[in-house]
Write a new protein. Structure first.
Length: 327
């Protein structure tokens, strides 16, 4: 399977299990064999699907259970020493003093040392529902969402997880979750199925959106609007907490996988090196990264640049005129 297809399959949740090295050791804990990610020299150049900031550290996750971290704004990376999974990791987030990561096999892990070592909290490979995103109101209460309507909730910091649902009759893939300033939660999903909760996830209403294709990500812009974006470059915007939506013309048919909101707007990235920048007020600009790789998401750095992750690890935007410093 080529790398472009692996990215796309991870985003639309059709590729559920990736091959893994047989060199990884196994241990038995609570009667369950746990396979640990292999420590490899080029982990930072592997397919990375998400990145988060924890203090001064960047932590990124991706294929084969790879977790890498950087303490110098993405110039150099180290691989985490203990990661109890070989499943592809699709999401990572910081909650108070802890990190959480999740992905295929419905695996959920946590770290209390800024991402160097991890403990597995939950896993159920047999249900074949990758987790695509997570959200916490505080250190104890959180939600994980994913394929075929997967929703798991915790009230004890991830020690236990219970099944929940946005709608018992829908099994659309739930791709990304976003909290608005008024406390509402939005979920961007597939095939026009997206949702809003105004009671911290207890109940959900289906959003009336103008595009019936898949939305892979959602971000808040600095102008108090929210963007959903995804398949074939489609972008929709709401400036009233999801009551009304309009479609924006991105002038690109490349799928947009993820991005980041910041004071001036939203930076979105996706297939074939596409970068779409939304400026507050609605102006869209399209760029093409010289690497041409498929990007999964982005994060804004303290120096004003953006770190993009995806194929071949991490890249910078704007691109350095003297060449990127790679590990």
């Amino acid at each position: 399977m080529n790398r472009l297809l692996r990215v796309f399959c991870s985003l639309i949740l059709l590729c559920l299990i990736l091959p893994a090295s047989s060199a990884v050791a196994q241990i038995e804990a609570d009667g369950i064999d746990i396979e640990y990610a292999e420590n490899v020299p080029l982990a930072a150049h592997s397919l990375l699907l998400d990145v988060v900031r924890k203090g001064d550290r960047l932590v990124a996750v991706g294929e084969r259970g790879h977790v890498v971290f950087s303490d110098d704004l993405g110039k150099t990376w180290k691989q985490a020493s203990v990661v109890p999974t070989r499943a592809t990791l699709t999401t990572v987030l910081a909650v108070k003093q802890r990190l959480f990561a999740a992905g295929h096999d419905s695996v959920i892990m946590t770290s209390g040392d800024d991402g160097d070592t991890w403990t597995r909290q939950y896993s159920d490979a047999e249900r074949m529902q990758p987790i695509m995103d997570m959200w916490f109101t505080d250190a104890d209460n959180g939600i994980a969402i994913g394929a075929y309507g997967l929703m798991l909730t915790t009230s004890d910091g991830g020690k236990t997880w219970d099944d929940w649902a946005v709608n018992d009759e829908d099994d659309a893939h739930l791709n990304n979750m976003l909290e608005l300033a008024d406390g509402s939660l939005l979920i961007a999903g597939e095939a026009g199925f997206s949702y809003r909760s105004q009671d911290t996830g207890e109940t959900w209403d289906t959003l009336d959106v103008p595009y019936q294709g898949s939305m892979f990500s959602a971000d808040l812009a600095g102008d108090a609007c929210v963007l959903f974006y995804g398949l074939r470059g489609h972008i929709i915007r709401s400036c009233d907490s999801g009551d009304n939506w309009e479609e924006l013309d991105s002038d690109s048919e490349n799928t947009l996988a993820g991005g980041t909101g910041y004071a001036d707007g939203v930076l979105m990235v996706g297939n074939s090196g596409v970068i779409v920048e939304y400026k507050n007020g609605g102006q869209l600009s399209v760029y093409s990264h010289s690497s041409g790789v498929d990007f999964s998401t982005a994060i804004r750095l303290e120096d004003g640049r953006f770190l993009l992750v995806g194929e071949d690890g991490s890249h910078f935007y704007p691109e350095s005129t003297t060449g990127e410093s790679k590990p």
